[in-house]
Design a protein around this ligand. Structure first.
Ligand SMILES: Cc1cc2nc3c(=O)[nH]c(=O)nc-3n(C[C@H](O)[C@H](O)[C@H](O)COP(=O)(O)OP(=O)(O)OC[C@H]3O[C@@H](n4cnc5c(N)ncnc54)[C@H](O)[C@@H]3O)c2cc1C
Length: 438
């Protein structure tokens, strides 16, 4: 009888654990090993901010029961992988041990993009990030009420870091290089609503404010850039990069620009047979044909499941389905579903459709940080972006898939609303605009 295969998974977070569960469902006999340096049990990285505030413990964020590993007969190794040899089919651990595999899944996620300031990482306790558990612990230990902190980078991680540091009582500067906040997801008008809201909490939120580096003056750290700002701490939130540094020279092809593992449609490495990648570290094909990592929670889950199916020989073609995401900018809800174009540069771009044949319907509720933007093409709705109210993205995704016309969607918007008993019902305002793309 042939020996049961050994599937090794590097990474025990959403992509890794979903792959392991899928593998076990497909093969009761296989040996499945999960390796992780960070924590022995998957936790919701998206909840780092609640852990920082003490609202959730690490255990609260564990999304599977602790007996899962025993029930599913997963082996666990708490160690860091330092190298992979795809020819010998083995991985090397920091402890010196080696583990042989039949198939290998790289589900190693991301790490914070480092700030390119010479000497910044040599300054003790000065420069922080907000991506991993050690990042959280280091920031938690360093951030004291009354200190002054700069959060550099206007994305989702930056706004969460700024919020929790402000709540702890640090004087918080939120410094954004771009002319508007989060331009990949918000247009200029939406971004201005968010920035105003953040400022209304007392956070010093500055757009168009690149920081080039820092200098020491009289024992203090002074940030250099558009303005000089004296701070005790910095949180670098200028994005994340695949945590694939340890694969350099292994023969597993990495994308030169992103560092993502180059994969085919079935998430198998393009250069190392038997090696697969899923989650934040995988270079995948986007619906527009471009290739880069997706780096969000639910696509990591879906890729983990797809890669596992490919590892047991299924004919897999991974493509992301209809996009959705949700977040909070301080207490402003953000929900998006379907296709929303990134902001075009310049203030005139507010509500600008992406091109000829496209339309943008937009409204802002007076006196509230609440907006709705609906993008359509030829009158058929393609995507939604909304601030300041909870929406059911599942309903919106269904409408995009059903190719609903704009007028029909506006008439049915209430069906996608949550919390109608707490908020005024949705209505189309007389100030709503419909802009045609040129
Ligand atoms: C603060 C924050 C907020 C976020 N908020 C959202 C959100 O609101 N919505 C959303 O969709 N996404 C959000 N994300 C992104 C989301 O968390 C990631 O897309 C997701 O965690 C990626 O999952 P993954 O399994 O690919 O990798 P990760 O969750 O990054 O896990 C990587 C795993 O690999 C292990 N590992 C890495 N390298 C090695 C090695 N060399 N040896 C051994 N083990 C290794 C780690 O220990 C870990 O177990 C947020 C991320 C952060 C940091």
């Amino acid at each position: 009888m042939a020996e049961a295969p050994h599937h090794v998974i590097i990474g025990n977070s959403i992509a890794g654990i979903e792959a392991a569960i899928t593998l076990r469902r497909r093969d009761r006999a296989a040996k499945i090993t999960l390796i992780s340096w960070e924590h022995a049990h998957p936790f919701a990285r998206v909840s780092l901010m609640y852990m920082f505030c003490g609202q959730l413990s690490l255990k609260d964020t564990q999304f599977y029961p602790e007996d899962l590993y025993d029930r599913m007969r997963f082996a666990r190794v708490l160690d860091r992988v330092t190298g992979v040899d795809p020819v010998a089919r083995s991985v090397t651990l920091l402890s010196g041990a080696a583990i042989r595999y039949d198939t290998l899944l790289l589900a190693v996620g991301s790490t914070a993009r480092r700030l390119p300031w010479p000497g910044a990482y040599d300054e003790p306790h000065f420069l922080h990030h907000f991506v991993t558990l050690p990042d959280l612990r280091a920031l938690d230990a360093a951030a004291k009420k009354g200190m002054s902190v700069a959060v550099i980078g206007g994305g989702l991680i930056g706004v969460e870091a700024a919020e929790v540091l402000h709540l702890r009582g640090l004087k918080t500067h939120f410094l954004i290089r771009e002319p508007s906040y989060f331009p990949v997801a918000l247009d200029v008008a939406e971004s201005e609503v968010v920035a105003r809201h953040i400022r209304s909490h007392g956070v010093d939120c500055r757009t168009d404010n690149p920081v080039d580096g820092f200098l020491r003056r009289g024992g203090r750290i002074v940030l250099r850039g558009s303005d000089e700002i004296e701070v005790d701490l910095v949180v670098g939130a200028i994005g994340v990069v695949p945590a694939t540094g340890f694969l350099a020279g292994s023969g597993i092809a990495l994308n030169a620009e992103t560092g993502g593992v180059e994969t085919g449609d079935n998430l198998e490495s393009t250069s190392a047979p038997g090696v697969f990648a899923a989650g934040d570290c995988a270079q995948v094909t986007w619906p527009d044909g471009s290739r880069r990592p997706e780096q969000i929670w639910y696509t990591s889950r879906d890729q983990g499941r797809a890669a596992a199916a490919a590892m047991v020989g299924d004919d897999v073609k991974y493509r992301r389905g209809t996009w959705y995401n949700s977040a909070k900018f301080f207490n402003v809800e953000y929900t998006t579903a379907g296709y929303i174009p990134p902001a075009l540069p310049g203030p005139a771009s507010a509500g600008q459709p992406p091109g000829e044949g496209w339309q943008t319907w937009y409204q802002q509720v007076p006196g509230r940080a609440e907006t709705q933007r609906i993008v359509s093409r030829g009158g058929i709705v393609k995507g939604f972006n909304a601030l300041g109210r909870r929406w059911d993205h599942q309903v919106w995704m269904r409408w995009v898939q059903e190719r609903r016309p704009l007028q029909w969607v506006l008439e049915h918007m209430k069906e996608a609303g949550f919390d109608e008993e707490f908020t005024e019902p949705f209505r189309v305002l007389p100030t709503a605009t419909l802009t045609e793309g040129a």
